[in-house]
Each structure stands twice: as C-alpha cells, then as structure tokens.
Design a protein around this ligand. Sequence first.
Ligand code: C5P
Ligand code: C5P
Length: 486
Amino acid sequence: MVAGARINDFMDGARAAAEEILENISGGRKVLVVSHMDADGISAAGIIGKALLRAEADFCIRIERWMDERTIGEALHYSGGEALLIFTDMGSGYLDILRVRAGDRRVIVLDHHQPIGTPSESFMQVNPHLFGIDGSRDISSAGISYLVAKFMGKDNVDLAYLAVVGALGDLQDKYEGRALGGVNEIIVKDAVETGYLSVETDLLFFGRETRPIHKALAYTTSPYIPGISGEEDKSLAFLSGLNIELKRNDRWRALRDLSQDEKRRLFSALHDYLVSKGFRSEVAMSLLGTVYILAKEEPWTPLRDAREFALLLNATGRMGTTGLGVAICMGDRGRSYEDALRVLENYRQIITKYLRWLNENPERIEEWENIYVLHGEKDIDEKAISTISTIISMSLPRVEKPLIAYSLVSDEGTIKISARTTDSTARMGLNLGEIIRIAAERCSGIGGGHDIAAGAQVPYNQRNLFLKYVNSLVGEYMARIKKDGG
Ligand code: C5P
Ligand code: C5P
C-alpha cells in the first residue's frame, strides 16, 4: 500500500455511505444505482444490488458506457427527483459536470477513478485516492462497493468474491506473482474465509482444473496469446509439437494432471512463442502466477476462474447485454447465465477477428515520437476498442510509449479513445488519465481515468489535433520524469 494511506478514514467513509443507504431505505426512499459497463462496474452494481435486495430496498440498476451530460441527465430523470442516487465505478472523474447537473441533490459516489473537479457539498464520495490509497492497483469499484455492502449487513461478506472478480477485471493483479494487493488483500481474505475463494500459484490457464489442456489454453486471454487464444485447433497443434501427452487412457488430460516437468516445458514453449510474437518477457512471464478459484462455482464453467468470470462480465457489458452480467452477479445461474455463455462465445470471436485483421493491416498501428497510435476508425467497433487496446499494448516494443487506440462512434460523430501504458511507466510518473483529460478538453471532448488506463470521447474532426496534443503532452511528461531522475 502507498505510504501515508489512511485506511481507517477510508473505511469510515464506506461505513458512513452504508449507514446513509440504510437510512434512506428505512425512510421508504427508492434507490437508483448507475454503474459502468465493464467487469468492475458490473460486479460493483451486482454487489450493491444484492445488498439492497437483502435490505428490502426498492431499487433499480442502470449500466452506462461512460459518464457524460446525458448519463447524468438520464439518471436524474429516471430517479424522478426522489430516489437516492448511487454512482458506482463512475462519477469521480467528472465531479464538475455532476455538480452542475445534480445541483444540491444528495448523490453517493463509490468510485476508484482519479477525482477531478470540485464536488458539491451534497455529494458523498468514497474514493481511495482521497485517502492516499492507489485506486488503480489497490482497490477497484467493486471492492469499494463490497466494503459498503459489508457495513450494510454482515451477511454481505459472502459477496467478497465478486469484488475479487471486479479487481481482476480491472487488471489490478499488479503485485508480485500477479497477485492482488493493498486493500484487495483484505477482500481476498474475506472471500477465502467464507469458503468462496481458493488461491493457488500455477500456470494461469482458464479452466486449468477441468478442461482439456488445448481448450484451457485456447480459452486463456490473460495474457492474450495471438494465434492461440480463441483458436482451439491452433492451440491443439501448438501443444502437439511439445511432446506432452494430451490424452491418457482415451481421456483428455487437464493442466492439473501434468507433472511439474511437463508444466515447465509448456511454460517455456509459451514464453518463447510470446516473445517471438513481440511480447515483452514480463508479459510472457505473467502466464505464471496467482490463480483465484471460485470454489462454489461448477468446475467446468467459465465462472470457476475469477479472471474468466471477469471476462464473461466484460463480454456482457461490451456486447450490450449488461443485464445478463448483473443478474449473474446477483446469483442467477439459470437463463441469464446460459444466454451470457453465448454472448461470451460471440465476444471471443469478435476480438479474435479484430486481432487477425490488425495482423493483416499492420499499418493501422503507427509509431509516433512519443506514442503509438492505433487507428481503429470505422473498422474496429467502438465497443471492442478497449479490449483491443489492452491486448495490443502488451505487444508493443517500446514500453515508455503509451498506446492511444481509437474507433469511430458513427451515430455520434465522435471517436472513442482507449489509452494504455505499462505498469512500470505509470509508476515512473506518467499519468495517462491526466494527459488524456487535458487533451480531450482542449478538443471539445471529455476524458480521464487512471494513470495506467484512460479513455475519452472527442469529436471526429478533432482527432488529429487530439493525437498531436497527447503526443506532445507525453513528451513533456517523459522529459520531466527523466529530469527528475525517474
Ligand atoms: O473504468 P474502469 O476503471 O473500471 O476500467 C479500467 C479499464 O482499464 C479496464 O477495462 C481494464 O481492463 C483496463 N486496464 C488495462 N490495463 C491496465 C489496467 C487497466 O487495460 N494495466
Ligand atoms: O473505455 P476504456 O476501458 O478504455 O477506459 C479506460 C479507463 O478510462 C476506464 O477506467 C474508464 O472508466 C476511464 N474513462 C474515463 N472517461 C472517459 C472514458 C474512459 O474516465 N471518457
């Protein structure tokens, strides 16, 4: 945890939010929860939703792509001036817009984005950054929501596993051996103690306990293995060349059936393969690390591995079926889950398709003086650009150059930007959230996020200006970091 973190004050903030939510419920007020559409946002909504259900609240959940005037306007409209408004995984980055639109309306914000602007006195904001806690790595919005839920009722401790899913969805596994750390560690402990989670160290294949190895490898997307992730036949061909017995007595073997020596050979082959595809060794090394197993989920399902669970939620969010993700978080393992499996399959295919397309069109990724630019234009769906940006950023040779990827949002005449840098560059002091926000605001857009991952929406005709601003701002930051000996 960052030195000077005021964890007790942060916890007091979560307790105060819980008390206020409970007071509102007992006063008969309805509640509207508005959350972000990625895995962290959906798990945050699921956690708060479940806690509200248990507290017998009358509530509604909305999931939004991002925070802007429209999102706030609709939230105010649907809450009818009456309901308690809770924003999860969004809000802190846009306090000024929220203040102007919401006026002196009481709003609770549970968010881990860097706070920007001046909150109204009537906002209650539970945000780790306000207490010296690193919101990019040490706790996600699902984690904050979980802490609030736990103060709402002790029985909500059984939701800790969802906060682990949210943190992994936001790639917070930045501690040694791809472990969660900081406040997330407290949440992991709760999830283990309630019997929902077990933690091991192994190769990070999705379905390592149960799926045939070639399937587990093909299902693995964290890290994404180009030419293998999403492609079962190619995964099988890759493994067949390694002299590892894939079937024994006519039964497929799972990763857990392999000897240590077989696992070592498999890891080393995958490591070399990723490096040959341009990935940095540290990305290849990240195939080995801390596995978070959701012990109460069925062994064969994508819900068993917390990272794969997060992928499923992300898929429902990006494919416009957020209700399925929220329902799964609230416990549905029937219809919504069945539907979500199809959505996940579809999502995997779309991501694989775009990565292949980029492979065939390498000119779409340009190296500029200080950044890489991925011109998704109209060819990469705006809903996929976030995931594509995350994956591509891992295979770029120059770590100090962030990736700025964008796609056209055709019905709005804007571009959606997804920017990513590496953990080491962010820790040196490159704050992508700030850079993207400043450049977006200069180009009549809005943006923000974390030091390591940020996003924006900017008018299409301003895209070149925006990219130039970002390029020069990154240059200025890097020069300052070098001067300060970073
Ligand atoms: O809005 P929110 O904070 O939940 O989203 C963060 C986003 O940034 C996620 O989509 C996550 O996958 C992405 N991310 C990333 N690389 C990191 C950290 C976060 O792509 N190192
Ligand atoms: O959409 P994407 O996953 O690229 O977003 C990266 C991060 O930037 C997320 O945490 C997201 O919430 C944040 N973001 C933001 N403002 C925007 C767009 C994205 O704060 N306009």
